[in-house]
Write a protein that binds this ligand. Structure first.
Ligand SMILES: Cc1cc2nc3c(=O)[nH]c(=O)nc-3n(C[C@H](O)[C@H](O)[C@H](O)COP(=O)(O)O)c2cc1C
Length: 302
């Protein structure tokens, strides 16, 4: 039988499949349907220092093979998470990733300080957030602005730090290298691609903010290319995501070099999909005589 455990930043993940931020609640919502202890981990909804009500207007729009969302980081805030959601997450028997966003560096720093003294296993820093003090361009677009936020967070962070990259970065290799140099322990990518839709009847953009984030199978080949590039640019571990819906999809990311994968949008059409993906990976490994993922990680690379 294949051994699906993954060694990640000194901890053993129970499997290679992790529930992606914003699509998996706090994991507890899925506990009646799947065995969360077989997951590699659960990423919390994106947290901010102070809670956020989220965006007004349309928030979700389906496209062929994809989903555009404009949730606006609706969340109860870091303190509420620590007191109310985290204790339930601790009962799941899987690793806990606290996904942290922010509109300014000071908020990121304060959020990390609060999370330092909790049972959270990893902090996943979402740098796709707009930098409110600098014209609203996301931290994850320019390598130098990502370097600054990651460096400042690293200085106060006592948890293993995973930096989640935006696919809207000017250059994925430069961005990956800048985050690693600034002190990231690992990377995860990709977040959603900037996209939009127009409502023909209203003759207006669907979303109040005009642009929103595209996820799902439509982005998978591009996400795979970016994960390949990131794995080539840094020596730290990389978690791959973007449109993964089957075991074969996940194996492509692992053969590109990813340590583990996250699954997001696919959970909405099938809440048991993370278990199916896990079983499909195991079945493929058994069929092909592969005992551990270490044997095939990065095997597609020259
Ligand atoms: C409804 C929705 C909400 C999301 N919220 C967050 C979030 O709060 N923080 C974050 O880092 N990523 C968030 N994401 C991005 C996902 O975690 C993931 O990076 C992206 O959707 C690509 O993976 P997928 O194609 O498997 O969904 C969200 C995605 C969706 C669809």
């Amino acid at each position: 039988m294949a051994d699906l455990r993954v060694n990640f930043l000194g901890k053993t993940l129970n499997g290679p499949v992790i529930g992606a931020s914003g699509t998996f609640g706090y994991g507890v919502e899925y506990a009646d349907m799947i065995d969360c202890a077989r997951l590699g981990g659960v990423c919390s909804k994106g947290l901010t220092l102070h809670g956020k009500p989220g965006n007004e207007g349309e928030r979700l729009w389906e496209t062929p093979s994809g989903l555009i969302n404009s949730i606006g980081l609706q969340n109860p805030g870091v303190r509420h998470f620590i007191e109310n959601e985290l204790p339930d997450m601790q009962t799941l028997g899987t690793a806990i990733f606290a996904n942290l966003g922010g509109g300014c560096i000071e908020d990121y720093e304060e959020g990390v300080r609060l999370l330092n003294d909790t049972a959270v296993d990893f902090i996943e820093l979402n740098i796709s957030c707009p930098n409110v003090k600098h014209g609203g361009i996301a931290y994850g677009v320019k390598a130098e602005s990502a370097r600054e936020v990651v460096g400042r967070v690293r200085a106060v962070c006592r948890k293993p730090l995973v930096v989640k990259l935006s696919p809207n970065a000017e250059s994925i290799p430069d961005m990956a290298a800048a985050c690693a140099e600034a002190g990231a322990d690992a990377l995860s990518l990709v977040n959603t691609f900037q996209a939009m839709a127009i409502d023909l009847e209203k003759r207006r953009p669907v979303f109040n903010n005009v642009f929103a984030g595209l996820s799902g199978p439509a982005i998978r080949p591009i996400a795979l290319r970016m994960v390949w590039q990131a794995c080539g640019a840094v020596k730290i571990p990389v978690i791959g995501l973007g449109g993964i819906a089957t075991g074969r999809d996940a194996l492509e990311f692992i053969m590109a070099g990813a340590h583990a994968v996250q699954v997001g949008t696919a959970n909405f059409s099938d809440p048991t999909v993370c278990m199916k993906i896990t079983d499909e990976i195991a079945a493929w490994m058994d069929k092909n005589g592969v005992k551990t993922l270490d044997e095939i990680r990065g095997c597609a690379r020259p």
